[in-house]
Design a protein around this ligand. Sequence first.
Ligand SMILES: [Zn+2]
Ligand SMILES: [Zn+2]
Length: 305
Amino acid sequence: MAHPHSTPANTTALQSFTLPDFITQPYGEGKTWAEGQWMKLFDGRNEALVTLALIFLSHEFIYFARCVPYLIADMIPALQKYKIQQKAIQNTAQNQWKVFRFVLLSHFLLELPLIVGFHPIAVHFGMAIAAVPFPPFKKMVLQVFLFFVFEDFFHYWAHRGLHYGPFYKHIHKLHHEWSAPFGLAAEYAHPIEVLILGMGTIGGPLIWCYFTGDLHLVTTMIWMTLRLFQAVEAHSGYDFPWSTHNWLPFWSGSEHHDYHHMAFTNNFSTSFRWWDHLFGTNRKYIAYKARKAAEAKAQKAKKAL
Ligand SMILES: [Zn+2]
Ligand SMILES: [Zn+2]
């Protein structure tokens, strides 16, 4: 006689417990959950308008949402030991409010019109917009990595150029108003700087698209999201044990860019440390770190006595 629990009804219940399609279904084979949502977004609507809304709203949401953990950290005394610059305090409520209003205005008056122009240019360069299936995951990872490398190289030279006398005085000085930056200050910059450095973010996908004709808007949006994460983290002013550069040593991160704001020189790159290393624009930073380490060692030895 069969065991009472192994009834056909129970077997069916167990078999019906499956993972959602968007996890189990391989990309490219049929429509996944995410692809279905993407289709619904564009279905029967103006593709240019949906693209505009998608990019602008996700940019607003991701930028400000990424700042929230740092705003919370500001209110937790136990986390203040992770603040990179212990003496210079610029993340006051008054400064954050000033920067918030500036950045919001810049988003509406400058970035919104630029995003309006994105769809026709992207289509001209052959980017897939509403099309499904999405590209295979591996392809997305590779393309996003290439955009990181391109942006980092472009930013390195453009940023170095912005430190040249008149360019610094009339354009880049505004971003350097904060010598001890905080997350919200990532996009606190002169409109011309936003235009120049923004080319590093969008230039990679457009050039790639021009030469290969193989890029999807969803990949471009993943790249833009990660680029925003990078920028806010770099300006956060905090170096937590879990911060990216502590587990990815070649990642620039907050500790690298914070020095640039503090010293007004060295460390011109955004994501990776290799260009500053290769072109010798990290020497003062390395010397400063060695000095700090020696000081910390001497303090420890003094305490031990
Ligand atoms: Zn600078
Ligand atoms: Zn900066």
